[in-house]
Ligand binder design. Structure first.
Ligand code: AMP
Length: 402
C-alpha cells in the first residue's frame, strides 16, 4: 500500500510518500511560501536509499497549485516514483487540534471536516490550514480515502485531574479551556518503539517520552496510554523551547501588558516568538547556543542550564505520576542529537534509578539506542521519532477498519 502523508501549514505543504509494504520512504518534500511573490518546492526522490533532490522556484498562488506541483513531482518521469496518482491508496493528513472530539485517527467526511472547523478557535493558525490541505486533496485525488491524524489524540486518555485547569469551571464548559497536549503522534511512536526495543509489550511498561525539538514536550505513558503531558491548551506550555517561554507564572502576562502598555495579542506574540532560548540568549538553535556557550557566552550557558533543569523537573514529576518507570526515551532534533543536553538532564538522577552510560550517550544518535548503564533500574533510550510513518500506519489502520 502506498500512503501520501500531508502536513499543510498556512503557507506550506510538507509531504511524504511511503511504501507501507516495507515502510520505506519513496519521496518527500516541502512546498513553501505559498501565496508569496516567489514560492519554492524542494523535492527528494528516494530510490534504494539514494536521494535525488530537485528545487523549483516559482510563484505558487495557493494550496491547490502547490498540491498540483507536488503531484507533478511524484508522478513525472524525471522526479517521480509512481506512474500515476491512482497508485496512492490513501492520504493521511496531520491535523493539529482535534479537541475532545477525536481520540483516534478518523476517516474524513463532511461531519469530520465540520468538527475540525469547530476546533479552529483552539488552533487558529493550524486547523484552517489543515482543512485547506484536506479540501485540495479531496478535489485532486477523487475517490482516494483521506484520513485525519490528530496531534492531540494520543493525549485524550489523560484523566480529568491532569487535563483540568483550576479556573472557573464554565471556562472548560463554554470555552473548552483545558490541557490538550501536542506532539501526540511522536509520543505514540516513541512509546510504542521503546517498548519493542526493550522486548516488552507497551501495555506492560511505564515510559516517560521526551520530545525535544524546536518545540518540546514530555509525556507520562502508563501501559501505552498517556496520563499526563507538559504542553497545555496550546503548545506554549511546558518546558522552555526555541522561542516559546514554557511554564511561567500566569500573572506575568497581565503585568507585562500593563507595564509595557501593549495588548494581550502582543504579549502572546512575545511569549511565543521572543522567549525561550531566544529570549534568554538571542539564539533559538541549540547548535548555535552550544557553540556560543563554549566560547564563554554566559547567557547561552544559562539557557542550556535552565532547559536541562526544566526537563529534569518534568521527569521527576512524571516519576511521581506514574509510580514506577521502566524507561525514559529522548527524541526529536535536540533529544536525538544533543549529548550535552541528555547528560545535563540525566545528571544526579541516580536516586531515581537513572544512570547514563557516558560512552553510549556520546554524539548524535540516529538509530534506536539504549544509553543507560546495563543493570540500571530505569532504561534510558534514544528513539528517533518518525511522525510521518506513524501517520501512515494510522491511516492504513483506519482504511482497513482496524
Ligand atoms: P526538530 O524541531 O525536531 O526538527 O528539532 C530542531 C532543533 O533540533 C533545532 O532547532 C536544533 O536546536 C536542534 N538540533 C538539531 N541538530 C542538533 C545537534 N546536532 N545538536 C544540538 N541540537 C540540534
Amino acid at each position: 500500500m502506498k500512503i501520501l502523508v500531508i502536513n499543510a501549514g498556512s503557507s506550506s505543504i510538507k509531504y511524504q510518500l511511503l511504501d507501507m509494504d516495507d515502510e520505506s520512504l519513496m519521496a518527500s518534500g516541502i512546498v513553501e511560501r505559498i501565496g508569496e511573490a516567489q514560492g519554492e518546492l524542494s523535492h527528494k526522490k528516494i530510490v534504494k536509499g539514494n536521494e535525488q533532490k530537485t528545487v523549483i522556484e516559482k510563484k505558487i498562488g495557493n494550496h491547490r497549485e502547490g498540491m498540483h506541483l507536488l503531484i507533478d513531482m511524484i508522478t513525472s518521469a524525471e522526479t517521480g516514483v509512481i506512474a500515476s496518482t491512482d497508485e496512492i491508496d490513501a492520504i493521511g493528513h496531520r491535523v493539529v487540534q482535534g479537541g475532545e472530539l477525536f481520540n483516534s485517527a478518523t476517516l474524513i467526511d463532511k461531519s469530520v471536516k465540520q468538527a475540525i472547523e469547530e476546533n479552529n478557535p483552539l488552533a487558529p493558525l493550524h486547523n484552517p490550514a489543515n482543512l485547506t490541505g484536506i479540501a485540495v486533496a479531496e478535489e485532486l485525488f477523487p475517490g482516494t480515502p483521506n484520513v485525519a491524524v490528530f496531534d492531540t489524540e494520543f493525549h485524550q486518555t489523560m484523566p480529568a485531574r491532569a487535563y483540568m485547569y483550576a479556573l472557573p469551571y464554565e471556562f472548560y464548559e463554554d470555552l473548552k479551556v483545558r490541557r490538550y497536549g501536542f506532539h501526540g503522534t511522536s509520543h505514540k511512536y516513541v512509546a510504542k518503539n521503546v517498548a519493542s526495543a526493550m522486548n516488552r509489550n507497551p501495555e506492560d511498561i511505564n515510559v516517560i517520552t521526551i520530545h525535544l525539538g524546536n518545540g518540546g514536550s514530555i509525556t507520562a505513558v502508563k501501559g501505552g496510554k498517556c496520563i499526563d503531558t507538559s504542553m497545555g491548551m496550546t503548545p506554549l506550555a511546558g518546558v522552555m523551547m526555541g522561542s516559546r517561554c514554557g511554564d511561567i507564572d500566569p500573572a506575568i502576562s497581565g503585568y507585562i501588558a500593563e507595564a509595557k502598555n501593549i495588548s494581550a495579542a502582543e504579549v502572546d506574540s512575545i511569549l511565543n516568538k521572543k522567549s525561550g532560548f531566544k529570549g534568554i540568549c538571542g539564539m533559538n538553535d541549540m547548535r548555535d547556543i552550544h557553540e556560543s556557550a563554549a566560547g564563554g557566552n554566559q547567557r547561552a550557558r544559562l539557557a542550556v542550564d535552565m532547559f536541562c533543569y526544566q526537563v529534569k523537573k518534568y521527569i521527576g514529576a512524571y516519576f511521581a505520576a506514574l509510580g514506577t518507570v521502566d524507561a525514559i526515551a529522548f527524541t526529536a532534533g535536540i533529544g536525538e542529537n544533543d549529548d550535552i543536553v541528555r547528560a545535563g538532564v540525566c545528571s544526579d538522577m541516580e536516586g531515581l534509578g537513572l544512570e547514563l552510560d557516558a560512552a553510549a550517550n556520546d554524539g548524535r544518535i540516529s538509530h534506536q539506542k539504549k544509553i543507560s548503564k546495563d543493570g540500571g533500574k530505569v532504561d534510558i533510550w534514544v528513539i528517533p521519532t518518525n511522525e510521518e510513518l506513524q501517520i501512515a500506519q494510522d491511516t492504513i489502520d483506519v482504511v482497513r477498519g482496524n
